[in-house]
Design a protein around this ligand. Structure first.
Ligand code: S3P
Length: 184
């Protein structure tokens, strides 16, 4: 009695939302962070795919991007109600007026930054899963798209450079940021 450290204060942050371009590492960093925190990891695309009963690529091909975006909006609204959760959004989710500005309280948004070249390399390793990068010049598609999106991504509370950084190390950095923000 008296020798133990006081229990850590209840963290104020209830969810972490990872945003960023395709291939920025939202899934790998998100899973690592969720493990560290003993929270759940929820991936927007996985939920969208489950609801549609189709892989993402097939949703785009069979139903069109509009259908995908509507479902993405709905899934985002629902997942953002969960607590003690790490959320990995799709690369296009933040691209809507007001979305990044109107996150529920106690949400920490984190932008994982990646260059178009590295995004294309990482996405390529996963096979042809990204319909928006399918074309003769994926790197050009990626850099044009990224340019259109930077103003939305940059609304995140914090940003981290992912190049050359292990997912585990990035997760550790986010955990540190949560502690700092939680005490503020
Ligand atoms: C998209 C990103 C993908 C997926 C869909 C559209 C986008 O998610 O939602 O292919 O518009 O950037 P990831 O960012 O997880 O690859």
């Amino acid at each position: 009695r008296g020798s133990e450290a006081a229990p850590s204060p209840e963290p104020r942050i209830q969810r972490v939302l990872l945003v960023g371009f395709m291939g920025s590492g939202k899934t790998s960093v998100g899973s690592a962070l969720a493990n560290r925190l003993a929270w759940a990891f929820r991936d927007f695309d996985e939920e969208i795919s489950f609801r549609a009963g189709l892989p993402i690529k097939e949703i785009f091909h069979q139903r069109g991007e509009g259908y995908f975006r509507d479902l993405e909006k709905l899934v985002g609204e629902e997942l953002l109600l969960e607590e003690q959760v790490v959320l990995g959004s799709g690369g296009g989710w933040p691209v809507a007026e007001g979305r990044m500005q109107n996150l529920p309280p106690r949400t920490l948004s984190v932008w994982l930054k990646v260059s178009p070249g590295e995004a294309v390399r990482r996405a390529g390793r996963e096979g042809e899963t990204r319909p928006l990068l399918a074309g003769p010049d994926p790197e050009k598609l990626a850099s044009d798209l990224l340019e259109q999106r930077v103003s939305f991504y940059s609304l995140a509370h914090v940003s981290l450079d992912t190049e050359g950084a292990e997912p585990e190390r990035l997760a550790e950095q986010i955990e540190e940021l949560m502690k700092a923000t939680g005490r503020a």
